[in-house]
Design a protein around this ligand. Structure first.
Ligand code: GLA
Length: 413
């Protein structure tokens, strides 16, 4: 055998073993949408004291019911995810995790069935350490059995947190746990917090090339809390990190800026527009976290706006590119699937004003990757209404109100 033949054989086996080590679960081809308990319910386990803010079976069923009856499921909101604080403090005699007997009396398979019967998917949470961030049992030393347990409960999505462990452990354990999940044969979206802990707990730059092949999504930045300040910090973070992150973002693998805080009475109508618009432009996962009964009408209208959902779920899954503009307005530009033929891009623009004053803006859409020399039609993305036709040379002049966003989607004529 010649040396070059030997190389070909080595390369073949090298690739083969590499491929089977990777995630390869075919999931999250578009960014997951749904609901997750943490942002609003956090560790609300004292249900006798506070029955209206209680992380239990009734809550999870009620979210499934609302999604099913109020149009969220049809719009694409799919995953219902129980975050931390769902388990008993000790495993059973077989070493298995046990759902809290009082709050989840029928167990998790029952909830999975309930959720699946409504055309929705079921997500759960664990941590890669001995305990979870809130000190419930974690999965360290139990990867195989926990993956198997989640699979037996018909879980479709697993968020794996990264509190309380060292950097080296993070870099190996997430890969190992992913393998355990794969070996169950049940496809589960694998949501990692790996880069967040590398960067903000261990003060190192995450090696995304190493992370992306193993996780469907990953947190990059701090937890969202219920305030406009927190939303602004998240927006500014992703704006400043576009160059670092955009190459790792796409079908099957997403940067995750954390939950939306809709339905928590934290944002004004215009701040809510900004919050959702930026997440949509980023092709970020859209996970609500609230008591669904508190969702305001304007919030619901935004969430069920199918022009926005279509952008958020665009099959290309590109992160919008931010351009810092006049008077600190940011123009986010997102390429997405063409509406007509496939020669000419369709593009959406979001002018985001995080300031407390109006800002007058003037920009030429033709400068941002439009490739048809014919005209474009401009739609106001929020209203779905025709706004104007433009050529590549035309400017758009507009005033962006305080803490608000103006969004246009342009399609070649
Ligand atoms: C961490 C995560 C949160 C949530 C909590 C639960 O802070 O970043 O999203 O899962 O742990 O304890």
């Amino acid at each position: 055998m010649s040396l070059s033949e030997l190389w070909v054989i080595l390369l073949f086996f090298g690739c083969f073993f590499n491929v089977v080590k990777l995630l390869e679960n075919g999931l999250a081809r578009s960014p997951p949408m749904g609901w997750m308990s943490w942002g609003y319910f956090m560790c609300s386990v004292d249900c006798d004291e506070n029955p209206n803010k209680c992380l239990d079976e009734k809550l999870i069923k009620s979210v499934a019911d609302t999604f099913f009856t109020d149009g969220y499921q049809e719009a694409g909101f799919e995953y219902i995810i129980i975050d931390d604080c769902w388990a008993e403090k000790t495993r059973d005699i077989n070493g298995r995790l046990v759902p809290d007997r009082k709050r989840f009396p029928n167990g998790m398979k029952y909830l999975a069935d309930y959720i699946h019967a409504r055309g929705l998917k079921f997500g759960m949470y664990t941590n890669i350490a001995d305990v979870t961030c809130m000190h419930y049992p974690g999965s360290k030393g139990h990867f195989e059995i926990d993956a198997k347990t989640f699979a037996e409960w018909d879980v479709d999505y697993i968020k794996v947190d990264g509190c309380f462990v060292g950097e080296d452990y993070l870099n190996t354990a997430y890969i190992k746990f992913g393998r355990s999940l794969n070996s169950t044969g049940r496809p589960m979206v694998y949501s990692c917090s790996w880069p967040y802990y590398i960067e903000y707990i261990h003060n190192k730059t995450p090696n995304y090339t190493n992370i992306v092949p193993y996780c469907n999504m990953w947190r990059n930045y701090h937890d969202v809390v219920k305030s406009w300040g927190s939303v602004k910090a998240i927006i500014r973070h992703y704006q400043s990190r576009y160059d670092q992150l955009n190459g790792y973002h796409g079908p099957g693998h997403w940067n995750d800026p954390d939950m939306l805080i809709f339905g928590t009475n934290s944002l004004t109508a215009s701040q809510s527009r900004v919050h959702l618009a930026v997440y949509v432009m980023l092709s970020a996962p859209l996970l609500l976290s609230c008591d669904m009964r508190n969702m305001k009408d304007y919030e619901k209208q935004l969430l069920l706006n199918m022009d926005l959902v279509a952008l958020a779920q665009d099959p290309l899954g590109l992160m919008a590119k931010p351009y810092q503009f006049q008077n600190s307005v940011t123009l986010w530009v997102k390429q997405h699937l063409p509406r007509k033929g496939d020669m000419y891009n369709s593009v959406s623009f979001a002018l985001v004003n995080l300031n407390t004053k109006d800002v007058a803006v003037s920009f030429t859409p033709g400068d941002y990757g439009l490739n048809s020399t014919d005209a474009y039609t401009v739609m106001d993305t929020f209203t779905g209404k025709f706004t104007m036709n433009i050529t590549l040379k035309d400017k758009i002049n507009v005033i962006v109100p305080p803490e608000d966003v103006i969004m246009y989607s342009v399609f070649p004529l």
